[in-house]
Design a protein around this ligand. Structure first.
Ligand code: SME
Length: 166
């Protein structure tokens, strides 16, 4: 695939490492764990990285449930779709980039150290099934190349989920 205009040598390299994880992973759980660990280790401003998975139980409101993550414990283990930056990403199906979490009234605080956040939906056959959430202790940490990298990771998981058979 042709590198995106926004990619940097660093993000290109990390994407290759993500591809290797996807090839080796036997389950979506293993791939999600690998992706959050990799992003947290390789991208120095990615201080918290985690997946939320959409839970759709008949007769109940859909909610996001915390999946594999790396970083501080969060009180937000379940998030309704009308709450938070996480709810916004899942309900609109659009990436949310927040350069200053303090100025966004939707923001649900996880750590007082968090200054900026990106949340990217994960799609399976065109439907949102979850999302990848990254928090940074640095303001405006998520540049176009970061968005491109995190969206790449979400696509890799979506493809894995589409082909995975238990
Ligand atoms: N900040 C998110 C909540 C999740 S924690 O950051 C891990 C939000 O506003 O939806």
């Amino acid at each position: 695939m042709k590198p995106m205009l926004t990619a940097t040598p660093k993000t290109q390299q990390v994407k290759k490492e993500i591809d290797q994880l996807a090839t080796a992973a036997l389950t979506p759980e293993e791939l999600m764990q690998g992706i959050v660990k990799k992003l947290n280790e390789r991208m120095l401003k990615y201080n918290w990285a985690g997946f939320y998975l959409l839970e759709n139980k008949p007769g109940q409101m859909a909610e996001l449930v915390l999946g594999p993550y790396v970083g501080a414990m969060t009180p937000h283990t379940r998030i309704p779709l009308n709450k938070g930056i996480c709810g916004a990403a899942a309900s609109t199906g659009k990436t949310q980039v927040v350069h200053d979490v303090k100025s966004d009234p939707r923001y649900l605080a996880c750590s007082i150290e968090t200054k900026s956040e990106i949340v990217v939906p994960v799609f399976v056959h065109g439907k949102v099934v979850g999302e990848l959430d990254i928090d940074s202790h640095f303001p405006a940490a998520f540049k176009p190349e970061d968005q491109e990298l995190v969206e790449y990771c979400a696509r890799v998981l979506g493809k894995h989920l589409e082909t995975f058979r238990r």
